[in-house]
Design a protein around this ligand. Structure first.
Ligand SMILES: [Zn+2]
Length: 257
């Protein structure tokens, strides 16, 4: 009798442990999300059908891992899709990727200031997105307006959420310094620095079509050039072949399928 009880308890424990060990289930993306992606995310539209399926799964995985909270704003399916797409676009070249340096995303209705205030009364509300530090370590703060704008305008080479996720990738080696050591081989670091400095000079001399903000620091250059690379790949390749080669190497994109 006692053996039967022990046996049952043991089985129960094994089943319980198995349930605990099972990875968090990925919420299936509803069918209509495919259309939302087609309508709103040009990057997705350009993918092959097989890669679109992979992209959808990667989005589902991202949304299962990362919390998204709206402050004074609601978060609907489209917001979730656009945020998750921005996260997956820069890492789509890698077979898998978890943003270990991110646990949650806070979405504000509009632009905010450096004290994270966003009401009409607050001054200097110019920030559209940022990677949190200190109390906000592992958090990303985005403006809902900037998220929508990033995907509405498909020709402006500008995408705030993608920009912020590129900062997170830059930060993988411990420093957000525009030198993605985690991704670029050692031998490419010096050529990348040289290329970056030449191009930053062009930006600051008004002779580049890369957004002005990219001239303010190496970190911003890397993020701004990456926005352009993902938003207008053909134009970027044509105007900046060397940079294009380097960013392709860094992000392992375009993905070969
Ligand atoms: Zn930035």
């Amino acid at each position: 009798m006692i053996y039967t009880v022990v046996f049952i308890i043991l089985i129960g424990f094994i089943v319980y442990a198995f349930i605990l060990m099972k990875p968090k289930p990925v919420k299936q993306i509803p069918n209509h999300w495919h259309n939302l992606l087609l309508e709103n995310v040009l990057f997705y539209k350009r993918l092959t059908v097989a890669n679109q399926k992979i992209f959808r799964n990667r989005i589902a995985l991202f949304l299962a891992e990362i919390n998204i909270d709206g402050v004074n704003t609601t978060i609907d399916d489209l917001d979730k899709i656009l945020i998750a797409s921005s996260a997956i676009i820069p890492v789509f070249g890698f077979n898998q990727w978890s943003y270990n340096n991110l646990s949650g995303i806070i979405v504000y209705p509009d632009s905010f200031n450096k004290d994270l205030q966003f009401s009409d009364m607050d001054k200097d509300r110019k920030i559209l997105g940022m990677v949190g530090t200190g109390r906000y370590e592992k958090q990303m703060i985005l403006s809902k307006k900037a998220i929508r704008l990033a995907f509405n305008n498909k020709t402006d080479k500008h995408n705030t959420p993608v920009h912020e996720f590129v900062h997170l990738l830059d930060k993988m080696d411990g420093e957000t310094d525009g030198v993605p050591k985690y991704f670029l081989g050692k031998e490419f670091i010096q050529p990348w620095l040289e290329l970056m400095h030449t191009e930053m000079e062009s930006i600051n001399n008004d002779t580049s079509d890369i957004r002005k903000y990219g001239g303010t620091s190496q970190a911003e250059f890397f993020a701004v050039a990456s926005e352009y690379f993902f938003e207008r790949p053909k134009l970027f390749k044509q105007k900046h072949p060397e940079l294009y080669k380097m960013l392709s190497l860094c992000f392992q994109q375009p993905k070969q399928s």
